[in-house]
Design a protein around this ligand. Structure first.
Ligand code: GBH
Length: 530
């Protein structure tokens, strides 16, 4: 009995000791926790600088910001936006941000962010009102871009100039637009005028911005100008002309201008990352098809030669099955393959979001670019939302897209990649100058680009935020704001005011990256109270 009592007493004593020990450990833990905070999302940030030669910039596009519509020839976005029902808020780009008059402020704002370059686009019909050079050139149009380029030079900001950001002269649309192969020649003449006039002041030229959107949005689905619904052929037929036009401009520059002007010519392609829903072969193949149809249809002919074989074979099989001998996808001759192949000094990439992808046999009776891919693409409901239904911030997506998972692997000869657009929208009623979600977006996307460079060794040489200021967001008019500067559209002077995201981007650019956790937290505090 006594032994038993002693045993119990001993056990109790030992337990009290371990109980006290636990209490002390917990208290110490609490103290450490209170001093340092929880392990946070900031512990996942990769702290390092971008390479010394890395360039930071910001972008706009002519129709979205210029206004001054009465001072130039008519283009397809004038026609499209003036047609009732096409634009969400019934607006047009007639005035937009009035950069036609405010270009000096724009350059000043780019300089205020401490940036290395400004990416803007030239309005074709501002230089050549009908699009046909023999019908006349506008001196006032040339003058406008000279003034803009001079101002940039004064501020020591490099110019990255897009030749085609969707605003085709209307007269060229009347001849069939990009379904007409001879538009490649008209484009080459226009490019020639731009190289000749502005070349000495331009470091990088982009022939086309997101040709996929021109083709799919403009000619197959129809939510963009010119609004055609050529299902099954619109994307493929126009891609054939656009690829030839791109190559024609590239070759012209290489032959006649490069030795004198020392610039580079590339194209900007857009792409979402495609994450297979699981590891099955069927779903991984579906995600790969998503990427081939999205970016491969453009990148493969330019980097490796000809359309990707999966697209050639699939479209041919599907067309044959309907009883037609000739594929809906045009065929390049060997000469054409060689003409287009290798026409890039750098690859521009616009990326905003990610899709989950799953195999799904398309049942549509109708031929369609989407149906040809046999897949279902959707957003994971847990991803955050933004001001645009299609745009779900998924920062790791851009890293996978750039890295060995895709672009670096598919196109080993890619040379240099420049992220030519990346950004996020909000709705004017929800967020104003203190745009915390946008700050968060840039922090995480820029950090993933940094990891792609430093960890995955992708040769990304520049990054471009979209956009300098809120502007005409195509079919969504002025209902979605992407700016790092707020635009007061209701004021005649279209006043621009820097948002928190502008200040945050400036900090990253100044530091050339992410120095350490404390500095990052200090920046976030500062921009939050801004
Ligand atoms: C870029 O396109 C453009 O280059 C730029 O001009 C634009 O302002 C920016 O992004 C932001 O959108 O509304 O569901 O019909 C990005 C690619 C393709 C994304 C068309 C939106 C419309 C989908 N865009 N897409 S929907």
């Amino acid at each position: 009995m006594e032994e038993l009592f002693n045993l119990c007493w001993l056990t109790l004593q030992r337990n009290i000791r371990s109980f006290m020990f636990t209490v002390i450990i917990l208290t110490l833990g609490m103290i450490v926790f209170m001093l340092n905070g929880l392990p946070s999302e900031y512990d996942k940030i990769y702290f390092d600088q971008f390479p010394a030669s890395f360039r930071f910039g910001i972008a706009t596009a002519s129709y979205q910001v210029e206004g001054g519509a009465s001072h130039r020839g008519k283009n397809i976005w004038d026609t499209f936006s003036h047609t009732p029902g096409n634009i969400e808020d019934g607006s047009t780009g007639d005035d937009a941000c009035d950069s036609f008059r405010n270009y000096e402020t724009d350059v000043k704002n780019v300089a205020a962010l401490g940036l290395d370059f400004y990416r803007f686009s030239i309005s074709w019909s501002r230089l050549i009102p009908t699009g046909v050079i023999s019908e006349g050139i506008s001196e006032a149009g040339l003058d406008y871009y000279h003034k803009l380029l001079n101002k940039l030079e004064e501020e020591k900001i490099e110019a990255m100039v897009t030749l085609y950001h969707w605003d085709l002269p209307q007269k060229l649309q009347d001849y069939g637009g990009w379904t007409n192969v001879s538009l490649a020649e008209r484009f080459q003449e226009y490019a020639d005028l731009c190289f000749k006039s502005f070349g000495p002041k331009v470091k990088r030229w982009i022939t086309f911005n997101e040709p996929r959107e021109t083709s799919l949005g403009g000619y197959e689905i129809g939510y963009m100008a010119p609004g055609y619904k050529l299902h099954g052929t619109g994307t493929y037929n126009t891609s054939y002309t656009i690829l030839r036009a791109h190559a024609a401009a590239y070759r012209l520059y290489a032959e006649r201008y490069r030795n004198l002007q020392f610039g580079e010519v590339g194209i900007t392609l857009n792409c979402d990352w495609a994450q297979p829903v699981d590891n099955s072969v069927a779903n991984r193949d579906a995600a790969d098809r998503f990427l081939q149809w999205y970016i491969g249809i453009w990148a493969h002919p330019i980097l490796l030669g000809d359309y990707p074989s999966v697209i050639k074979e699939t479209v041919k099989t599907k067309t044959n099955a309907k009883g037609f001998r000739k594929s809906r996808l045009p065929e390049f001759s060997q000469d054409e393959v060689d003409y287009i192949k290798g026409t890039f000094d750098f690859l521009g990439l616009n990326s905003y979001t990610t899709r989950m992808v799953q195999f799904k046999q398309c049942q549509d009776e109708e031929d369609h670019y989407n149906c040809d891919q046999d897949l279902k693409a959707f957003a994971d409901p847990t991803w955050p939302t933004s001001g645009s239904s299609w745009l779900r911030p998924v920062p790791w997506g851009i890293r996978k897209l750039l890295s060995q998972r895709w672009i670096k692997h598919q196109y080993p000869n890619y040379r240099e990649i420049i992220v030519t657009e990346n950004g996020v929208s909000d709705r004017p009623e929800s967020v104003t100058l203190c745009d915390q979600p946008r700050v968060n977006f840039f922090q995480n996307y820029l950090n993933n680009v940094l990891m792609a460079i430093r960890i995955d060794e992708v040769n990304v040489v520049g990054y471009t935020a979209w956009s300098l200021m809120d502007n005409f967001e195509w079919a969504h008019g002025y209902t979605e704001r992407f700016g790092l500067f707020w635009t007061s559209f209701d004021r005649p002077d279209k006043l621009r005011t820097m948002k928190s995201s502008g200040l945050f981007y400036k900090k990253i650019v100044e530091a050339r990256g992410f120095p350490n956790k404390q500095t990052l937290l200090d920046w976030l505090d500062e921009v939050d109270t801004y």
